[in-house]
Design a protein around this ligand. Sequence first.
Ligand SMILES: NC(=O)C1=CN([C@@H]2O[C@H](COP(=O)(O)OP(=O)(O)OC[C@H]3O[C@@H](n4cnc5c(N)ncnc54)[C@H](O)[C@@H]3O)[C@@H](O)[C@H]2O)C=CC1
Ligand SMILES: O=C(O)C1=N[C@H](C(=O)O)C[C@H](O)C1
Length: 269
Amino acid sequence: MDSLPGIVVMGASGRMGQMLIGAVLNSEKARLAGCVERPGHPWIGRDVGEAMGGPAVGVKVTDDALAVIAQAQAVIDFTTPEATVATATLTAQARAVHVIGTTGLAPEHLQKIKAAARHAVIVRAGNMSLGVNLLVQLTRRVAAALDEDFDIEIVEAHHRHKVDAPSGTALMLGQAAAEGRRIGLDECSERGRDGITGERAKGAIGFSAIRGGDIVGEHDVIFAGLGERIVLRHVATDRRIFARGALRAALWGQDQKPGEYDMLDVLGL
Ligand SMILES: NC(=O)C1=CN([C@@H]2O[C@H](COP(=O)(O)OP(=O)(O)OC[C@H]3O[C@@H](n4cnc5c(N)ncnc54)[C@H](O)[C@@H]3O)[C@@H](O)[C@H]2O)C=CC1
Ligand SMILES: O=C(O)C1=N[C@H](C(=O)O)C[C@H](O)C1
């Protein structure tokens, strides 16, 4: 039905792109308004349902993002930092909601996204699942309750194709821990230990990354004290949890004023 909000999925052939297309096609609250891939991709011009190995759904994959975004109410984007920044300009022009799941964004990308959010609703989160966003809140509370006698370490594990580290989720958890301790993450973040590193700095928040096989995404926040240890853990076993959250964000964004939001806003956590 055309009265339902039209959603464009960027990066249609990607691991997340295909999950997102499935989520939109299965939803009674949204319709698939377009599927975009990078220029030169073999799926361009093909019906996306057939390209995914199923029946035709009547939506062809295109590399003309502007044309489809102009006709849509929301864009869900799990691609690359460069593609996401380019899309933010288009969604701002079209006043469409932009849901950003892309991770590995550098400060210059974040600045451009912030500028686009003056004109359109942007929901951005390194993890769109309900479970991880609850874990973010728990991490903040535990970090606020404990002092620096408890060392905070964040350990994440992902599939072999992941290109960025630490994961977006690990950074969200680190940010929450730092906020709980009322310090800036930049001042205390410790990454990539190797060789004679010296003793652990008191108050540091450490990050470690494991990459291998088909691990969907696992995150531990460890509070290690003397004689005891608290471990907060989230294990993702199905990418549909991220797609479900992203679609919820796209629908939630329809009623919001321009600005930058996250999944805590969407979920009311
Ligand atoms: N926030 C969250 O909940 C989650 C975030 N992610 C993040 O989403 C991103 C994508 O992850 P995956 O799907 O695993 O990667 P992927 O590599 O499978 O998919 C990315 C897709 O984007 C496409 N793409 C690249 N440039 C494009 C352009 N200019 N226009 C349109 N499409 C373009 C690629 O061709 C590819 O199909 C990563 O940054 C990942 O960390 C992944 C899962 C959950
Ligand atoms: O690349 C992935 O796969 C994932 N990326 C996100 C991240 O960087 O945290 C979310 C999830 O863990 C899967």
